[in-house]
Write a protein that binds this ligand. Sequence first.
Ligand SMILES: Nc1nc2c(c(=O)[nH]1)N[C@H]1C(S)=C(S)[C@@H](COP(=O)(O)OP(=O)(O)OC[C@H]3O[C@@H](n4cnc5c(=O)[nH]c(N)nc54)[C@H](O)[C@@H]3O)O[C@H]1N2
Ligand SMILES: Nc1nc2c(c(=O)[nH]1)N[C@H]1C(S)=C(S)[C@@H](COP(=O)(O)OP(=O)(O)OC[C@H]3O[C@@H](n4cnc5c(=O)[nH]c(N)nc54)[C@H](O)[C@@H]3O)O[C@H]1N2
Ligand code: SF4
Ligand SMILES: [Mo]
Length: 677
Amino acid sequence: MELRAVLTTCPYCGVGCNFIFEVLDGKIINTMAAKTGPSNAGSLCIKGWSVHEFIQHKDRLTKPLIRRDGVFKEATWDEAYDYAASELLRLKDTYGPESVAFVGSARCPNEETYIFQKFARAAFGHNHVDHCARLCHAPTVAGLAVSFGSGAMTNSFAELEHANCILVIGSNTTVSHPIAAKRLMKAQANGAKLMVADPRKTQIAQLADLHVQQNLGTDVALINGLMHVIYKNGWHNRAFIEERTENFPALAEMIEQFPPERVSQITGVSVPDIEKMAAWYAKSQDSAIVYVLGITQHTTGVDNVKSLANLAMLCGHIGRPSTGVNPIRGQNNVQGACDMGCLPNAFPGYQYVNVPENVAKFEKAWNAKLSGTPGLTMVEQVEAVHEGKVKGLVVFGANPVVSYPNANRVQKGLEALEFLLVLDIFPTPTTALAHVVLPGASFAETCGTFASSERRVQLVREAIPPIPGKYNWEIIPELSTRVGYPMKYASAAEIFDEMASLTPAYGGMSFPRLEAEGLCWPCPTPNHPGTKYLHKDKFTRGLGLFQAIDFRPPAEAPDDDYPFWLTTGQIFSHYLTGTMTRRCPTLHHENPEVFVEINPQDAARLEIEAGEKIRASSRRGTIEVKARITETVKPGVVFIPMHFLENAANRLTNAALDPITKTPEYKVCAINLAKAA
Ligand SMILES: Nc1nc2c(c(=O)[nH]1)N[C@H]1C(S)=C(S)[C@@H](COP(=O)(O)OP(=O)(O)OC[C@H]3O[C@@H](n4cnc5c(=O)[nH]c(N)nc54)[C@H](O)[C@@H]3O)O[C@H]1N2
Ligand SMILES: Nc1nc2c(c(=O)[nH]1)N[C@H]1C(S)=C(S)[C@@H](COP(=O)(O)OP(=O)(O)OC[C@H]3O[C@@H](n4cnc5c(=O)[nH]c(N)nc54)[C@H](O)[C@@H]3O)O[C@H]1N2
Ligand code: SF4
Ligand SMILES: [Mo]
């Protein structure tokens, strides 16, 4: 009998908790919270505690599969590589390199993501490579980069405990980032005022000192209203505005047009509540903003983010401990996948592709001809398939058929591809459409790094050997080599070192330095201690940039045919497309099937009973859901979680995109509800 303990990092959310696997005779039998974890200090949420339940699950993909004449057959690795490479080369030769697009992963370690985008760029000479940050926090990356010069969480989790006031806006924190929510509870216990702005009465909203329930998609108006009140009352920070920012007059002119009475009409929030929020935020010593998808998943996602940056700068609540604008990133390694340049507009380290010196730098390092033209984003890639421009897609650790908006159209697009290659750890509705499926190694079967939401780069350690027999960092280079761009690495550490030599913020990091508790970037030199909070004394871009942002309503609003506002999102026991959590018995029992939250008044009007089967339809599709009658939502608004592939919320959602980042408006569309029978 051999019992081992392996310290590693959680593969679910961006909090980045550390835990210890107990491995008995090659089987992972238990997960224990690590007291040494810098962001969890001995706590885990239910998903962390039960993470070992999916790793050695019987459904894991173990052999490569090739689909011919509609039937999947097991293949050897050699056969699968050869067939995939010949198809990719056929498309490249027949239609040109731009006919093949790439979707990377925020689930996999930095090293794998780095070589994935390198493969796409170097072997195909274009930048059509993206990942799920597009569906999620792309507006954060773009918005904060314009306002501050750097698109990441400004402060660290531990600092939140010492804030005097926290504005949580569009974050279901206890559900989505439970171990970060603990910090908010601690801050409140220390005397901080906790304010929540959310259209739903979430658990954190119920615990807050003030909850305002704004109408969906009205955040720009709400934030402009707060700034109007702050400026009118002279609660703004004149010294900060003068010394550290520019373009304030434009903002002042815009917020003049948002008196609380008008804002109240747009948002549904009362004038006294707007005034109270403004006073609490502006007059507290250290105020922090925490936000997630309620802010970003809108056609106004970038505007919403810039508005929060405006608010923080107006009061000088940034560049100090326990303040800042804090987007909690979603996936375990979505910060890292952005850092690694799995983005159509940037090489690793946000070195933008449209800057010729950057192209030259990476051409030299990678010995390849690269493109300086930004590539297609994820949803645009699907449209390009419909237009016949993209014929092949390589998907590495993503599940577009369930996760993209307007899933029926996505499915049709993927069905129309001449060649689809998917690398995943489980069969999914996306692997079902593939021509070649490659079985991946999960985080428990590899070494590497994840970057958490607080920019902390932490080690992932191998607990058991790869179940399919190969590391992902062996698969991608082999494929690349057979497509004509040779790559070979001896270890994940070797990949990390190459990446760090090209990515200034990671320049001082190495696997040995990350052993203890990881490092927060920027960490440019081998002796640099890492960076807890950003923008001290000076913004990354120099002066902070105020931007005048006007209110725009969502792309789709209810009408007679589709009279309900639908908003979609996450629940505590399942994770995104559910491939992992729905295979964990502990989590499955919590929520075995999809539901719709509906207000008691609406339920009474439609004579809907609790537990009844309901047909939910939009202009784009129909699903069946169980009614959950609850005051969590206001009358006229309903909520459906996204995790259930058999009745995927995305059959209903609208693929209207933010004009700058092309992020879909998952948080607002119009639907109809009817009894199923
Ligand atoms: N259990 C669990 N945890 C997760 C995930 C998961 O699937 N399950 N996914 C991870 C990922 S990838 C992400 S990105 C995060 C997501 O984390 P969150 O963003 O916290 O989760 P969501 O459910 O998408 O919604 C956030 C909140 O936005 C509110 N909201 C809806 N519309 C609006 C609006 O117009 N304005 C405002 N201000 N708020 C609005 C919703 O009511 C909800 O409370 O969670 C991560 N953690
Ligand atoms: N309606 C609606 N839709 C949404 C959202 C919403 O709020 N509402 N939220 C959006 C958000 S925030 C996000 S982040 C996206 C997520 O969209 P996706 O990234 O498509 O969703 P995941 O479920 O994380 O899919 C990841 C896939 O990677 C696989 N995988 C996991 N670990 C590994 C690994 O180690 N190696 C490999 N090769 N594969 C692995 C999983 O089995 C899974 O199939 O969905 C978005 N979709
Ligand atoms: S809070 Fe996030 S990182 Fe921590 S255990 Fe839960 S899912 Fe994992
Ligand atoms: Mo996300």
